[in-house]
Design a protein. Structure first.
Length: 306
């Protein structure tokens, strides 16, 4: 996501809410990817040896992360929030308070939370820098943010198959798979949002599925169907879907088809004066040449940059 895209409306948030509402009842049967990523977030939280009196999960879906955490992670009180009222209602069944709330218009008071987490939700936000700013404002000083969103080359196989199928059958291609943030840009977005000590890394998770139609059904079951604002509003042609499945099948490896998901993990802190600060330029106490065991030579006049 580039700075020029910050204020653009790319996603249809009302359509996304409807998709999640429809997926809520059957979500436990399609939550494998969410459980895997939530477990990795929980493991990262275990590495932070501190208590979090009040935590927020933004985009909680049906409460998968809360169930995995249990008494782990040092969390005393967890508030769950999701764009979908149906998902929030499902999450409330695990005993933690839950509410319907939009990541683009967060209702939380400044300085409320010691920890904010988000698992596979922020890739649907139109203004990611703005959402991150709201997250940072809702955090107490020295609070921790742990997030995961889809990015990079997620669903590259499906994207290519659908595009080629539309060209073959309909003579042109429209947006069928959502755009995703580039991992190289996300760290800069955290800094722009006012976070300190940002760390961004990426995992690639590859699912193996029997066919492309099964993948599309699973995406619907996760509430992850196409919600791009510029998407075609009519039903997909049967011939187009069958052609896409045929193209996808050509990528078969062994017993199934690969489906790539690039998961971008974000770790950052709300600023606090006690945090480690970068050294000022010129304040180093030793020379690079000494650390490298080499000889330092001054620039000659010919070698000096002009």
């Amino acid at each position: 996501m580039t700075p020029a895209m910050d204020a653009m409306e790319i996603f249809d948030r009302r359509a996304l809410r409807r998709q999640r509402d429809r997926a809520a009842a059957g979500f436990p049967g399609h939550d494998g990817l969410f459980r895997e990523v939530a477990e990795r977030i929980a493991d990262r939280l275990d590495d932070v040896k501190r208590r979090f009196p009040l935590a927020l999960e933004l985009g909680c879906h049906d409460g998968t992360l809360a169930r995995l955490l249990g008494a782990r992670g040092g969390i005393e009180t967890l508030v769950q929030a999701d764009l979908s009222p149906a998902m929030a209602a499902a999450a409330a069944a695990n005993g933690h308070p839950a509410l319907a709330a939009d990541e683009e218009a967060q209702p939380f008071a400044a300085g409320s939370f010691d920890l904010v987490t988000s698992v596979l939700s922020l890739h649907w936000v139109n203004d990611l820098p703005g959402a991150l700013i709201q997250v940072r404002r809702a955090m107490k000083p020295d609070g921790l943010f742990l997030g995961a969103l889809l990015g990079g080359e997620t669903l590259r196989e499906l994207r290519a198959a659908l595009m080629q199928a539309e060209i073959d059958v309909e003579g042109g291609a429209g947006p069928r798979v959502s755009p995703f943030a580039d991992v190289r840009d996300v760290g800069g977005l955290l800094q722009r949002a006012g976070f300190a000590l940002p760390v961004v890394d990426k995992d690639r998770i590859t699912l193996t599925l029997p066919n492309a139609l099964e993948l599309m059904a699973r995406l619907r079951g996760m509430g992850e169907s196409n919600a791009v604002l510029a998407r075609r509003r009519s039903f997909s042609r049967r011939g187009t879907l069958l052609r896409a499945a045929e193209i996808y099948q050509e990528q078969a490896r062994g017993q199934g088809l690969p489906a790539t998901f690039d998961v971008v993990y974000l770790t950052a802190w709300a600023p606090h004066e006690a945090q480690q600060q970068p050294l000022k330029p010129g304040s180093a106490q030793s020379r690079l040449a000494e650390a490298l065991g080499s000889e330092e030579k001054p620039l000659t006049d010919k070698a000096r940059p002009r």
